[in-house]
Design a protein around this ligand. Structure first.
Ligand code: KG4
Ligand code: ZN
Length: 450
């Protein structure tokens, strides 16, 4: 018989902190009583938990489940209700983008406060839109890793609180696994195994998804994530001082400015890590090159401190092309490695690209050219599912529910983790293969627009 651990004091304190402002005094007392109950439970309680677990695994195979998903790993407070068919019954999102844009980047304590202020409303909106009661849910899935600790904490505490209050199982979710599997919600052709490129503000990963909870990591970033580089470069370019871009994320602003370029090749960029035959990524060199171009142009044109250099659109286009070329090369080497190692059958060759930067149509065109040449099928979730959202968390909860993986009835000791690698690393295996590739030509992307 499995023995349950007593509730650690620190966790009781954590939950108290997250819920004290949300619970009326009466239910708070009941809640604390419940916590004591967990602390003091005896063998019979454990028997009860075992029975519940068994009846749950039986139910999974037979019911159309409804799962609530909560996302607070960074600067979006997201919640959604999704069912086993992949229908989104309700969803709500509170974005902190404008707040952080005005502050020159994410300041974690502010992000936490905004999550705290908005989480209840976001969750209630999703539930109301779904036209269900909390009692109708089968489980509550919540991002617990990786992410900003202060942000993750709010979602985790609120998720646990709801599970306690409505007596539902808790499903802890890995944010990157959720990004990776979102494509499976709408596209039934995305079956395991498949290749996945996750490019966002916080991450840059190339991996093989083998199963819901099994990933092989082929490459990761050595410095910034692409979205982070887009954001920093956009700030250095002072794009926010142009009214049209003032409300956009760095990546959105650069993509829009680049779409107006007259000469994509005016500013030369060398592709990062060309001599390293692995699938890792690096954005540092591209950022430095932008900085150098800006300094030269500012001097040449005597640009004022808050001014923007002439030909800014061409500079955006050059940077975006540099990022695209780099991503495409790493993906192409990953595809070659996967083929040599026979990891994905030829009939299943699929590349899923997700994360906020996957919204970029120029990058997607580059990846499409690579997929055409390597005989891969490219899948990109719709933009609102590429960026952070509650739907992907609820869907990951559904995937886990159906497979009966990580559905916790006893969840009080689950903790957040700020960093958490995705799957098993094959990075050294890729290096051993020393793969040279004949790069897919991207010249189509640099042709002047007619
Ligand atoms: O996935 P996400 O919403 O949050 C993270 O987990 O990071 O991604 C946000 C990032 C931001 O850095 C933003 O600049 C970038 O995605 N992004 C883009 C585009 N739209 C958003 N980057 C390039 N092109 C875009 N169109
Ligand atoms: Zn994300």
């Amino acid at each position: 018989m499995e023995r349950k651990r007593a509730l650690p004091e620190s966790i009781a304190k954590d939950i108290e902190e997250a819920t004290s402002s949300l619970l009326p005094k009466k239910s708070r007392d009941a809640y604390y009583k419940e916590l004591n109950y967990f602390n003091n439970r005896n063998q019979e309680n454990n028997v009860l938990v075992q029975i519940l677990k068994r009846s749950h695994s039986f139910k999974n195979l037979n019911t159309n489940a409804i799962v609530l998903g909560i996302e607070t790993s960074c600067d979006d407070t997201g919640c959604a209700v999704v069912d086993t068919n992949g229908s989104i019954l309700g969803e709500a999102l509170h974005s902190q983008q404008l707040f952080h844009l005005a502050n020159g980047g994410i300041i974690p304590p502010f992000a936490q406060d905004l999550h705290r202020q908005n989480i209840e409303n976001v969750v209630n909106t999703a539930i109301e839109q779904a036209n269900i009661r909390f009692e109708d849910l089968h489980a509550i899935a919540t991002t617990v890793k990786p992410g900003l600790p202060l942000s993750l904490t709010i979602g985790m505490k609120y998720g646990k609180y709801l599970c306690w209050r409505y007596n539902k199982p808790f499903i802890p979710i890995h944010h990157m696994e959720a990004h990776a599997l979102t494509a499976r919600m709408h596209n039934k052709h995305v079956t395991f195994p498949f290749l996945v490129l996750l490019i966002s503000g916080g991450h840059c990963l190339l991996a093989v998804a083998q199963d819901i909870d099994k990933f092989l990591l082929l490459g990761t970033t050595l410095d910034d994530a692409p979205g982070e580089a887009f954001d920093k470069v956009s700030r250095r370019m002072k794009l926010r001082n142009i009214a049209e871009y003032s409300q956009l994320s760095g990546g959105q602003a650069i993509e829009l400015a680049a779409s107006k370029a007259s000469d994509v090749l005016q500013f030369k960029f060398t592709t990062p890590l060309l001599q390293y035959k692995n699938c890792n990524f690096s954005m540092a060199g591209l950022k430095t090159q932008v900085q150098r171009h800006i300094l030269t142009e500012e001097k040449k044109h005597d640009v004022q401190p808050d001014g923007v250099i002439p030909h800014i659109n061409n500079l955006c286009a050059g940077f975006q092309l540099g990022v695209t070329r780099h991503l495409c090369q790493r993906v192409q080497r990953g595809m070659t490695f996967v083929k040599r190692e026979n990891i994905i059958p030829k009939s299943k060759q699929t590349l899923v690209v997700s994360g906020g930067v996957a919204c970029n149509n120029f990058i997607a065109k580059g990846l499409q050219l690579v997929c055409d040449e390597m005989e891969y099928y490219l899948v990109r979730p719709p933009p609102k599912l590429c960026t952070d959202n509650g739907v992907m968390i609820a869907w990951n909860g559904i995937e886990r529910w159906r497979a009966n993986l990580g559905i916790l009835h006893d969840f009080l000791d689950v903790q957040i983790e700020s960093s958490s690698p995705l799957g098993v690393s094959l990075i050294q295996d890729v290096i051993k293969h020393n793969i040279s590739c004949k790069w897919t030509k991207l010249t189509e992307l640099t042709q002047p627009r007619v």
